[in-house]
Design a protein around this ligand. Structure first.
Ligand code: BDR
Ligand code: CA
Length: 315
């Protein structure tokens, strides 16, 4: 037995995914047992390689990495996000290769085995498209039922989308998978644009962990392209690291104020495809409802991230 919560991160690194993995490794409340990868920001082979390298950067190449779905469940994802994250996903930074190899098991098998063998409930943080989680539900519902908490970065209740007018990237990348997950009854917290967009990591915050040592410096280098993009595109001196906020809620439950809502996903092929339709008319008691994050203290969340990342170099 351990008092650290077992954690799995399902991810598509991705600049903010890399930050989220580093945040988990810097946090004593959780024990990162497995990283599973999914198509998303860039192609599966590249995000899998990135996951290995980010773990190695933090001296944790012992954490297994299992590769998951290379494509969405039904309709191919129309476009990736290399223009935001860099063609190779880590903002143009080439991290040293890891000595570890990819776990031979498919992600869904590795995840099911971990869930079925863990004596404690496992938290799963899903910070890419939800294809792997939907496949787990279909292939091994007994294992899925053992998820203690599923914390998803995705969607938007009232902020519109960030990849189309209606849709947030992770949901838009596989709407059918998201719909299956949100209506499954899994104990899900949805961390969407409503709370991530106000949570801005400033260049001063980045400078604090960059000064802490080589890991912080690499994290800051990975972020630089994001910072440049935000400055050129929006004139802002900071970045939104969506996935790191979802990890904060996974690490410290209750960081975000949530309300139980019914959520469905637009799976039509029209302009609304990928939109999360969050029913805000009332609080739902239904077993299939999702805890939707509606309140955040941005300054506290950013301070948590910066101070934790600065600690990585002390380990
Ligand atoms: C989400 O989309 C991806 O590009 C990010 O990594 C994050 O998971 C934000 O919409
Ligand atoms: Ca992501």
């Amino acid at each position: 037995m351990t008092d650290r919560t077992p954690l799995v991160i399902d991810t598509d690194p991705g600049i903010d995914d890399a930050l989220a993995v580093l945040l988990a490794l810097a946090s004593p409340e959780v024990d990162l047992r497995l990283v599973t990868t999914v198509h998303g920001n860039v192609e599966l082979a590249q995000v899998t390689e990135n996951a290995l390298r980010v773990l190695h950067l933090a001296g944790r190449s012992d954490v297994p990495v299992a590769a998951g779905a290379r494509a969405s469940l039904i309709h191919p994802q129309p476009e990736r996000a290399g223009h935001v994250h860099g063609a190779a996903g880590l903002g143009g930074v080439e991290l040293p290769p890891s000595p570890a190899a990819v776990d031979p098991r498919p992600a869904v098998v590795a995840l099911a085995e971990l869930l079925l063998s863990s004596p404690e409930p496992v938290t799963v943080a899903a910070i890419g498209p939800l294809t792997n989680i939907a496949l787990l539900l279909a292939v091994s519902p007994d294992a899925a039922a053992r998820i203690g908490r599923l914390v998803v970065m995705g969607g938007s209740a009232g902020r519109g989308g960030n990849v189309t007018a209606a849709a947030e990237f992770n949901i838009w990348s596989d709407p059918e998978a998201a719909q299956a997950v949100f209506t499954s009854g899994l104990p899900t917290v949805l961390v969407g644009l409503d709370v991530t967009l106000p949570t801005v990591l400033t260049v001063e915050g980045i400078a604090r962990f960059a000064a802490a040592g080589p890991v912080g410096r690499s994290a800051a280098a990975i972020l630089q392209q994001y910072v440049d993009h935000a400055r050129d595109a929006y004139g802002t001196a900071g970045v939104v690291v969506h996935d790191a906020l979802a990890l904060t809620e996974a690490i410290v439950p209750g960081t975000l104020g949530t309300v139980r809502r019914d959520v469905v996903v637009d799976t039509t092929l029209g302009a609304g495809r990928g939109q999360t339709l969050v029913d805000r008319r009332s609080v739902s008691a239904a077993g299939t409802a999702v805890e939707v994050a509606e309140h955040v203290d941005p300054a506290a969340a950013v301070e948590f991230l910066v101070s934790r990342l600065a600690r990585l170099d002390l380990a």
